[in-house]
Design a protein around this ligand. Sequence first.
Ligand code: ATP
Length: 471
Amino acid sequence: MPKNETNQMQKIVAWSKRRGFVFPGSEIYGGLANSWDFGPLGAQLKRNIRDLWWQYFVVGRDDILGLDGGILMNPRVWEASGHLAGFNDALIDCKACKSRFRADHLIEEQLNEKVEGKSLAELEKIVQNKALKCPSCKADKLTAPRQFNLMFKTFIGTVEDATSTVYLRPETAQSMFVNFKNILDSTRVSLPFGLAQQGKAFRNEITPGNFIFRVLEFEQMEIEYFIQPADWEKYFKMWEEAMSSWLDLLGIQRSNWSVREHQAQELSHYSKRTIDFEYNFPFGTKELYGLAYRTDFDLRNHEQFSGQNLHYQNPVSGESFIPHVIEPTFGVERSVLAVICDAFEVVTGGRGEASRQEEEVVLRFDRKIAPVKVAIFPLIKKEPLIKAGREVLAGLRNQFKFMANFVIAYDEAGSIGRRYRRQDEIGTPYCVTIDFETLDDQAVTVRDRDTMNQERVKIAELGEWLEEKYG
Ligand code: ATP
């Protein structure tokens, strides 16, 4: 896909809505800024990505266990993790037009300078010295930067006061630290091992935007990998490779992503080394995933705040210590967006309809994550083709009933060319057509989305043919 086209994102957003991938949130009420809902195909795509991740990182390995922790946790968790004191963004207001911005984004955009990790005073100095202007109204009436905590607050029970305050978790990571002792007590794991979790996280972002790239409510897939402190470099490398393989598995082209090392001053409060996996989105090269060496920061703090022993005892040497942690973290919405951007192709000149000059959209999703795996069409909407088509559909449904997420579509409306286009637009890898010959030779035509080759396959062998493709 050609990148950085200014209207590429508009095309993607419009396509997402038109084809039922992503809808603006609460739309009939005028929407809710920066909230999005996943439609039928978006929900399936998201699920395919989540399930593939779980399969690859949890089910398919011996050293990782799954966990499903709550969104609400004891508020002491967020004291121990440093989020209450430190999970802040510096924000700047424009006194003229009342717009609000993240100080680091404003400076980075206007001065092309990375300022993550700088103190409030340092940011203020930059804003004043460089006479920055409001990006919205261009006035030079910006306030000094102020700290703003990103955690959403809510209350348990009927009284809304400090004693009933709880927070919507801003990351899934903490339940894996908080349950560390339970895991040691209930399983027979030994180092190195990891815990993995998927689930919602919430951040009151000051400047959300770029479609589903930065939202207030999103899903994370995270792993906390517990290791002996001396081994951290080895496992950091192992996880860098595993994350690269994951991107290959998603079918994201290598040329569209890269790795960026965090500079010392931009490292999070808990991290000794962090790299970002960045994707070349149409709106710029931005963080897709992160890999951080969190040291023993979290377990040590939870041990201190909870008063519980969170040490690990080496079963051979008897040595007792707090394990260190390597954390690969993945955003689900950003995965969905990267996968869409990577697969989205606009073609002209007609795919099989040579006279057409208008643009056609083809989504070249990797087969593993395509929301619809195969579509069945009777050539025309007439008997006995409809009956034959329904039989093929029922046969495949039965054959694939235990293969999770194997979605089969059936479409008998409109010309065959139209129906191919509809499936191309949602990235269906194979379309199966039942024609008059089918009634004689008990075979169907299978058309490949990418090569557009058509192959004649016996109905009796169709399931096996597809099984081979989806292996
Ligand atoms: P950014 O610098 O873009 O704010 P971050 O470094 O704060 O991101 P992490 O705290 O490392 O992000 O979160 C882990 C992952 O969660 C990110 O790599 C990203 O995929 C996802 N993520 C974080 N914030 C958001 C958000 N507001 N909307 C959607 N996904 C997000």
